[in-house]
Ligand binder design. Sequence first.
Ligand code: NDP
Length: 258
Amino acid sequence: MGHPLLDLTNKTAVVIGGTSGIGLALARGLAQAGANVVPTGRRAELVRKSAAEMEALGRRSLVETCDVTDNSSIERLLQAVSAEFGSVQILVNCAGRTKKMPTLDFPESDWDAIFETNLKGTLRACRIFGRHMIERRYGRIINIGSLSSLVGLFEVAAYGASKAGVASLTKTLAIEWATSGVCVNALIPGVLRTELNADLLDGTERGKEFLLRTPMRRFGKLDELAGAAVFLASDASSFVTGHLLVVDGGILASGVNQ
Ligand code: NDP
């Protein structure tokens, strides 16, 4: 039995962008801590598979797709989850996209598309689920930032600006909703090795630079984010709001490492 403040039994969590990568790992972590979890995204097949995973962990779930570029789709999601579970206590905003290219060549249409998903998508979901949480005077919102919320990363200007925006939005909503029982925080993952990016990290110059800059001298694993998410999703974080919780093996703390 874990610490009672960290127990998410009978709580309902919606993880947007929860059907792949980091979001799916966070969805699993919340389910393992006891929550009923609705992982969602645009692709119905992935939504079905992820919901089945939550059920295999012994929790309730729901199959409902969502596109954060469309308010009505997020409204439908909230209605479906409310009809099934009564209310939503936890929202994770993990839908995200990126593109790496020199800024001088970067098409404005790609810049806009990245902002529509990463920043405005987060805003839309925060507003729709935030109103629901404020009415019930309880909520935990976890936005997903990036190292680029805080430092420059090479040739990803749109992504970095959108994620700096997510960090700023997190703090602003935190203070607006601070007396409503709704805590708004962000999780900042460092460099995580997944099947998708293993080729970009293993033995490459970029990978070597990241390792040199990481005091722990290794990449993170997806499940190393779950504990931080469970904390921010739980009653244990009742006096924590507007915080950026960095899980990065020490990168942002480091100056010279040798
Ligand atoms: P993945 O591509 O594996 O997952 C992205 C998820 O978001 C999928 O579930 C996808 O499903 C969903 N998604 C994408 N667009 C939308 C949309 N418009 N509406 C709803 N859902 C959407 O990415 P990662 O797991 O790597 O990244 C997840 C988040 O973590 C992003 O915000 C990313 O910026 C951030 N991050 C990632 C790091 C990493 O090392 N990978 C490091 C730091 C931050 P579908 O396409 O079906 O909609």
